[in-house]
Design a binder for this molecule. Structure first.
Ligand SMILES: *[C@@H]1O[C@H](CO)[C@@H](O)[C@H](O)[C@H]1NC(C)=O
Ligand SMILES: *[C@@H]1O[C@H](CO)[C@@H](O)[C@H](O)[C@H]1NC(C)=O
Length: 363
């Protein structure tokens, strides 16, 4: 089991293609955080190192194997000394580390992934990450950070910092981060005013950003046009206006569930011509957002649990000849005050699979 996990971690380390969901790795991060991960029943490794002082170094109680250094769940209150300089992945999750100091990672110039999830980190010294000239993944979730560290390595591709106490995102944090693909900032007490204008601008490869379960009340502005997924569920967004989605020409998935959106202004969805999934369930919409009929690729539209009282015959399908390039596969409209018997059968004339439409009953 352990060998399999390490192999998969190494596969992650050498990964360099476009962003994909990596379910297993996420699963490990989430579930090992709760202490239910598989325990290693051996091992003699520490003993071997004790007997061979000139052999490869490995911090006491950590496990070092195939350039992966595992120091999770050890109750550590600081980063261990004497980390092997060829380390590619350093796992320090589920400890009690409170501070990252300037010299903590010196010599780790081959490190690709640094996992600091579920500690008590509230302070990161400005120079702490400077030696990590190859770092691609930095996982800081479940800590007590009030701000993201500045001077992160420019090689970074993935930053996860959900469940912290972040209230500010400064422009300086992401300036020059040209390799960044994934940013996760969910479950932080962040407000829209705390995100500096253009904070995410300039990251030309950024594909995925999630700022869910925070206090932001508008869609962050100046998002890069490379974005394919924008997840803003569980916030306090009240409105989508013509400027909200400007320039998001490559956006395929937009998550806005569990906000308090009462209007999606005409023309706003026209900014996202490649949209495939739109999640607007659990909001306060009173009508179907305009422009869906003109979208060529949209397949999934969640609108359940809103306050929509009418559905027009051209709300979903283009009038006349069907110009859609993809058919709807999931449209949810239940839990809305629509009199469903008044919806004209032709409303869904461009949908070829009946089960794709969930209308349901309003109580
Ligand atoms: C939005 O577009 C619809 C359909 O084209 C139109 O009936 C409505 O008046 C427009 N609303 C506004 C506020 O422009
Ligand atoms: C639903 O919309 C109607 C107007 O169409 C409004 O009077 C009512 O208060 C809204 N209900 C909720 C729960 O927002």
């Amino acid at each position: 089991m352990k060998a399999t996990i390490i192999f998969l971690l190494l596969a992650q380390v050498s990964w360099a293609g476009p962003f994909q969901q990596r379910g297993l790795f996420d699963f490990m991060l989430e579930d090992e955080a709760s202490g239910t991960g598989p325990e290693d029943s051996s091992d003699t490794e520490d003993g071997i190192h004790d007997l061979e002082p000139l052999g490869p170094m490995c911090p006491f109680r950590c496990q070092c194997h195939l350039r992966v250094v595992q120091c999770s769940d050890l109750g550590l209150d600081k980063v261990p000394k004497d980390l092997p300089p060829d380390t590619m992945l350093l796992d320090l999750q589920n400890n009690q580390i409170t501070e990252i100091k300037d010299d903590d990672f010196k010599n780790l110039k081959n490190l690709h992934s640094l996992i600091l999830v579920n500690n008590k980190i509230s302070k990161i010294s400005p120079g702490a990450f400077a030696p990590l000239v190859k770092l691609e993944r930095l996982y800081l979730s479940k800590n007590q950070l009030k701000e993201l560290p500045e001077k992160m390595p420019k090689t970074l591709q993935e930053l996860r910092a959900h469940e912290n106490e972040i209230t500010k995102v400064r422009k300086a944090v992401f300036s020059g981060m040209n390799q960044m693909i994934v940013i996760e900032l969910g479950t932080n007490p962040l407000k829209s005013s705390g995100i500096e204008n253009g904070a995410f601008q300039g990251m030309k490869k950024l594909s995925y950003i999630r700022i869910a379960d925070t206090n932001i009340n508008t869609v962050p502005q100046g998002l890069p046009s490379s974005l394919t997924e924008l997840h803003l569920d569980g916030n306090k967004i009240t409105k989508i206006d013509a400027a909200s989605l400007k320039g998001l020409n490559n956006l395929a998935k937009l998550g806005l569930s569990f906000n308090i959106i009462s209007a999606v202004d005409n023309g706003s969805l026209a900014n996202t011509p490649h949209l495939r999934e739109l999640h607007l369930d659990h909001n306060k919409l009173i009508k179907i957002p305009g422009g869906l009929a003109e979208h060529k690729y949209i397949q999934v539209v969640y609108l359940h649990n809103n306050n929509i009282s009418a559905i027009g015959p051209n709300d979903f399908c283009p009038p006349g000849y069907n110009t859609k390039k993809a058919s709807y596969s999931g449209v949810s409209l239940f839990s809305n005050p629509v009199r469903y018997w008044e919806v004209q059968p032709s409303t869904f004339r461009c949908v070829y699979v009946r089960s794709a439409i969930q209308i349901g009953n309003y109580k």
